[in-house]
Design a protein around this ligand. Sequence first.
Ligand SMILES: [Zn+2]
Length: 441
Amino acid sequence: MSVAPANHVINARWIVPIVPKGIVLEHHSIVIEAGHIIKILPTGDLDKKYRSYQTTNLPDHLVTAGFINAHVHSAMTLFRGYADDLPLSEWLNNYIWPAEAKFVNREFVRDGTSLAVAEMIAGGTTCAADTYFFPEAIAEVCEENHFRAQVGIPVIQFSNAWADSEEEHLTKGLEFFENIKTSSLISAAFSPHAPYTVSDDGFRQVLKHAINLDIPIHLHLHETKQEVETASTQNNRRPYTRIQELGLLNAHLQTVHMTEINDEEVQSLSKHQIHVAHCPESNMKLASGICPINTLIENGVNVALGTDGAASNNNLDILAEARAAAFLSKVITNSPTAITAEDALSMATINGARLLGLDNKIGSLEIGKRADIIAFDFSGINFQPIYNPISQLIYTANGQHVTHTWINGTCVYRNKLYTQIDLTDLKERVENWRKKIGGHL
Ligand SMILES: [Zn+2]
């Protein structure tokens, strides 16, 4: 398997650096040294010394920053298409949780994560906030495939194949953190599943350790109206209020979904600089509700995009989420100006980096940042004519138009071929799981 050398020049027809927003550079080049972007300049101005660098010419391509999937359960790709067209509670209680209890183990997580990472790389995603059982197996697979990830340490009251109690999740999570803390590709977060599956004491412990280790908290919150109503009846307060009382509201909190938000909560999210991972396709498929992202963004809340697990989507294409986020926002606000193509592209890139606290490293093509870069081939007939490349990217392209993906300066996908992944072996492993899991349908 060949890996591109660290010193590299990419010559592209269009470069969209993300920052500053809305800018398109024509016939420019990116110079990469030791995994970092060191120059972006007109191709005609390239110094002779770069002629010895490996060069990738992309004459019909748009090059931009790698997409960031702000919420995914990678291993659940093995449940893709396993149960569809059901409400969230029935889908979880009658299908997903029983299937997880039966099949999830370390090998399941390794193989499912491998499948997801391959799909994400081919669709232009270079970093994901991944949360599932066996976080050490997720981190291993990401490292092996040279994929960047924030790996969540799951905390949940239910006994499962990884841990039996909230306490055991935390103990194992702390061991996991010790093993990955020096990685250049993997970072960690605590990921208490949701207010309805984690105790007050569980949240207090998570908060204590998150502060000690200075790592974020990634939490499903207000995914459905039912979640909010049930908690309000049982506990006399909304889940958000409970999380607030437990002291979790701060800039390290990454909330996921937030389809039910009142005015007070919008102001609170803004005041505490809390991030929101919006998963429009999963929310639509499960009829969970619609996160009012336009209101959030108008109030200064950082909104990023996630796919959620493939079982509720059913793909891991961030570009599809960007388009869905823009369209959905236009429909619910009755305004075609809500969420522009440029807004959607920021949500897919730099906003994801902000959510992860990695915006000094990734999320845009800027000097000094890590070379997490993707290229789209715009030569196809469906892209013509090209007046506005950003419009074409958000409203015309999909993940299958990606031709190249670089992560940390390494080309992991070149001319639509993986440089690190043995696809035949991966497909065989997935087929074995299909036989096992499918036999129990
Ligand atoms: Zn989720």
